[in-house]
Write a protein that binds this ligand. Structure first.
Ligand code: ATP
Ligand code: PRP
Length: 217
């Protein structure tokens, strides 16, 4: 039996077509079912539904053989879990694509703050990405860890800036924020437990190849 870890929402929705291309149907949706283990049309493949940020944890420590996670989530996870030792990242699936950016309230002089070497407060869920980015720029920042709704922080005086995911820019616009620097482009990756890859190679490798084939068309 192989176990695939997915999060509900965009990753599940965007993975279903890749599974279909690999000849696998998912008969139940996590949106309508409360089940955390979903069967598939392949009796040897099941899907477990976990939080997006828990997918690498399940895969690294063997709760799932493979999974799909955003590059953002992987960087944050690896920073706290021994560089993701035992996690193999064989395919960029090009799904859930977006960017991680710095944003500030409309009117905040970010360029001036950078020039002056001012110390700014940055709210983010992505502390490893932010620490590395501002460190590389030589900027001193106070990072405030949040778990969601980062856009609110500058509006209530909790922070001067945020580091968050931007796709259409609609969330920033709705909250009177502007993107001032792109840190990196992100997309979701297939991740595989290295021990599973050895022990279940005959079952896993064809699925990895099918995912790669589905992406490359
Ligand atoms: N607006 C977006 N457009 C495209 N991709 C996105 C967007 N927001 C996030 N993503 C990508 O999709 C992944 C999953 O996002 P999702 O919103 O499902 O989980 P989350 O709410 O960030 O995680 P958690 O539930 O663990 O807090 C993110 O890690 C990121 O890689
Ligand atoms: O530029 P946009 O297209 O507006 O997308 C950006 C938003 O998308 C993500 O939130 P998401 O919609 O996933 O909400 P959630 O993570 O709070 O569920 C991210 O945290 C931003 O808030």
């Amino acid at each position: 039996m192989l176990t695939l870890a997915l999060s509900k929402g965009r990753i599940f929705e965007e993975t279903v077509p890749l599974l279909v291309a690999a000849g696998i149907q998912v008969t139940e949706s996590p949106e309508s079912s409360r089940k955390l283990i979903l069967p598939t049309s392949d009796p040897d493949l099941r899907i477990v539904i976990v939080r997006a940020s828990d997918v690498p944890t399940y895969v690294q420590y063997g709760g799932a053989d493979f999974g799909i996670a955003g590059k953002d989530v992987l960087i944050e996870h690896n920073a706290e879990h021994g560089d993701g030792e035992g996690l193999y990242e064989p395919v960029d699936l090009n799904i859930a694509a977006a960017r991680v950016s710095v944003a500030v309230p409309n009117g905040f002089d970010y360029a001036g703050a950078v020039r002056r070497g001012a110390r700014i407060r940055v709210a983010t869920k992505y502390t490893a990405i932010a620490r590395e980015f501002f460190g590389r720029k030589g900027m001193h920042v106070d990072l405030i860890k949040l778990y969601g709704s980062m856009e609110l922080a500058p509006l209530v005086g909790l922070a001067d800036a945020i580091v968050d995911i931007v796709s259409t820019g609609g969330t920033l616009r709705a909250n009177n924020l502007v993107e001032v620097e792109e840190i990196m482009r992100i997309s979701s990756r297939l991740i595989v437990n290295q021990a599973s890859l050895k022990l279940k190679h005959a079952q896993l490798q064809p699925l990895i190849d099918a995912f790669r084939g589905a992406v490359e068309g």
